[in-house]
Write a protein of this length. Structure first.
Length: 207
């Protein structure tokens, strides 16, 4: 089963990606993770990616496509995979369709107001990097795991979040239309308790 997971920042994509991969025994293929790993290990690819990012540019489609194509050719992807962060453009989507056409595209949708509320309530531990939300911890600014100090990321303010959502919608709408035309897009309302969202996802993927 070859799955693409779409979802705006704060839509619960990380939580649901973990669930899907564990439930259906699929590798989680994240272009962001691949980029970060190469940059961290200072591979030739990583140095090239870092140079592009440091100059404020996005990695060109050709490079990203080749990276994903190589990753999907690995043995652990033979029975399927979950793609996260790819495709981001129509060029990437069409290329993917040529070398590994997806079976289903899950789009996690949620009202912008709810996303802004959820992300602006996010708190991150300076020591261990764990993430919490004021919905569950209130105004507590001490990490429940290691006792470290919690802080608010600079881009987790309502204005910055609204701008990120605007950019995401502009970038993703063509992809949503593209996969709708192929009749493989499934809308999942992620503005509910995560277990309810998982039940809906499981029903779709079990079919």
């Amino acid at each position: 089963m070859k799955i693409i997971l779409l979802g705006a920042p704060g839509s619960g994509k990380g939580t649901q990606a973990t669930f899907i991969c564990e439930k259906f025994k699929l590798p989680h293929i994240s272009t962001g993770d691949i980029f970060r790993e190469n940059i961290k290990n200072e591979t030739p690819l990583g140095l090239q990616i870092k140079s592009i990012i440091d100059s404020g540019r996005f990695c060109p489609d050709e490079m990203t496509i080749e990276i994903v194509k190589d990753r999907l050719s690995q043995p652990d992807c033979k029975k399927g995979y979950l793609l996260d962060g790819f495709p981001r453009t129509l060029v990437q989507a069409e290329a993917l369709n040529n070398f590994s056409a997806p079976d289903v595209v899950l789009n996690l949708s949620m009202d912008d107001e709810m996303i802004i509320q959820r992300i602006s309530g996010r708190r991150v531990c300076r020591s261990c990097g764990s993430t919490f939300n004021t919905e569950f911890i209130g105004n507590n600014m001490v990490c429940g795991k290691c006792g470290g100090e919690l802080y608010i990321r600079k881009d987790d303010n309502p204005e910055a979040i609204a701008e990120r959502l605007k950019v995401y919608e502009e970038q993703t709408k063509p992809l949503i239309d593209y996969y709708k035309e192929k009749n493989i897009l499934v809308e999942i309302n992620s503005g509910r308790f995560y277990k309810e969202v998982q039940e809906d996802i499981e029903k779709v993927l079990t079919k």
